[in-house]
Design a protein around this ligand. Structure first.
Ligand code: KG4
Ligand code: ZN
Length: 336
């Protein structure tokens, strides 16, 4: 038998997801049960609510993933699960489910890193060539990661405060946009103009780190001040000004990293990789700089949290026989 079939689990935050992945790059099924509606009225993810939803959804997701893939447990080669980073109570539900299936069907268990999963969501688009650069932008992370070989990561830069998606969600809230606000801020930015000239933190500094809290504060102060003096600000211009600063920061640090670490492929992954402004801007920067480098974005559906991406990184671990045992625990603050 030549093909490898992995049943993968992802439950690190507010998405319950189970997938069946063939050879690390073919999706046979990828069931995603989102809980966004349940968290919206709280303006963010409530950990206790999230884990309860995972408990309710996970068995149905397994059944649906197996049915849609049209495979039986005998066909599977391994079970993979996100063990961090994320919310401990959420991670544990996926881990318990994966352990149960692995034990019941005598399958090897693979513990996968959520961040590595985001990066490897690019496997569904193209064959990755090493070394490559990854810009990982999500609700919890903003990192530049140099991927030297399969599963071999080096973090070159990280955020010193807020993650970029988190900044989108916080400023979106000030604009009266529901959680998660990124998509709507992105849409507004597309129809507004960058007129506010918000700060671009650390772009002059010769390092690869990011900072978004100053930008977030400047934004919030601008809106609050306008409220106090009963001045109406243009929401689209505010969004475009925020996004203009974000893109300048991301672009500056990414190309700084590429100077010392030239690669053939730049992968952009994580929830914020869905950003239309970021997609356009990176493409045009590569063209202006005449760089011979492929820009790879996962399809929109694979930018947010999903189990397919866990199946992709798990395949690399499977090939290395990097198996876990049934004592696996959640690691909420796992990094590379
Ligand atoms: O990767 P993800 O689904 O969850 C984490 O692991 O964090 O990322 C979710 C984040 C949220 O902060 C959301 O607002 C942001 O991704 N996001 C966007 C866009 N779509 C989702 N941010 C900017 N522009 C978008 N189009
Ligand atoms: Zn994520």
């Amino acid at each position: 038998k030549e093909d490898t079939l992995i049943l993968s689990f992802e439950s690190s935050c507010d998405e319950t997801s189970v997938a069946v992945i063939k050879n690390g790059n073919k999706i046979l099924s990828n069931i995603i049960a989102t809980q966004i509606k349940s968290h919206q009225r709280f303006g963010g993810v409530v950990p206790e609510v999230a884990s309860r939803h995972h408990v309710e959804e996970i068995t149905k997701c397994i059944q649906m993933a197996m049915d849609e893939a049209e495979v039986s447990y005998d066909d599977l080669d391994a079970v993979a699960v996100t063990y961090g980073p994320g919310l401990v109570g959420s991670l544990l539900i996926g881990i318990m489910a994966a352990k149960t299936v692995a034990f019941a069907h005598n399958l090897p268990l693979i513990k996968s890193n959520h961040l590595a999963g985001h990066i490897y969501s690019a496997s569904f688009v193209t064959e990755l060539k090493y070394p490559f650069m990854a810009l990982l932008v999500s609700g919890g992370h903003t990192e530049l990661v140099y991927v030297k070989a399969p599963g071999d990561f080096e973090t070159l830069g990280d955020t010193r405060d807020d993650a970029v998606g988190e900044a989108y969600d916080k400023i979106g809230r000030v604009l009266g946009i529901n959680y998660p606000a990124g998509k709507e801020v992105d849409r507004l930015a597309g129809i507004g103009k960058d007129t506010f000239n918000f700060p671009r933190a650390m772009v002059q500094e010769d390092n690869l780190d990011f900072s978004f809290s100053g930008l977030k504060s400047a934004f919030i102060n601008t809106v609050h001040h306008a409220d106090q003096v009963h001045e109406e600000l243009n929401k689209a211009d505010l969004a475009a000004s925020f996004q203009g600063a974000v893109l300048d920061i991301l672009v500056n640090k990414t190309f700084r990293a590429l100077k010392t670490h030239p690669v053939q492929q730049l992968v952009v992954a994580g929830g914020v990789a869905a950003n239309q402004g970021l997609r356009k801007r990176l493409a045009s920067e590569i063209e202006t700089r005449k760089l011979d480098m492929d820009l790879i974005f996962p399809p929109l559906r694979l930018c947010g949290d999903n189990a397919a991406m866990i199946g992709a990184i798990a395949q690399i671990q499977y090939d290395k026989k990097d198996f876990a045992d049934l004592t696996v625990n959640a690691d909420p603050s796992l990094d590379f």
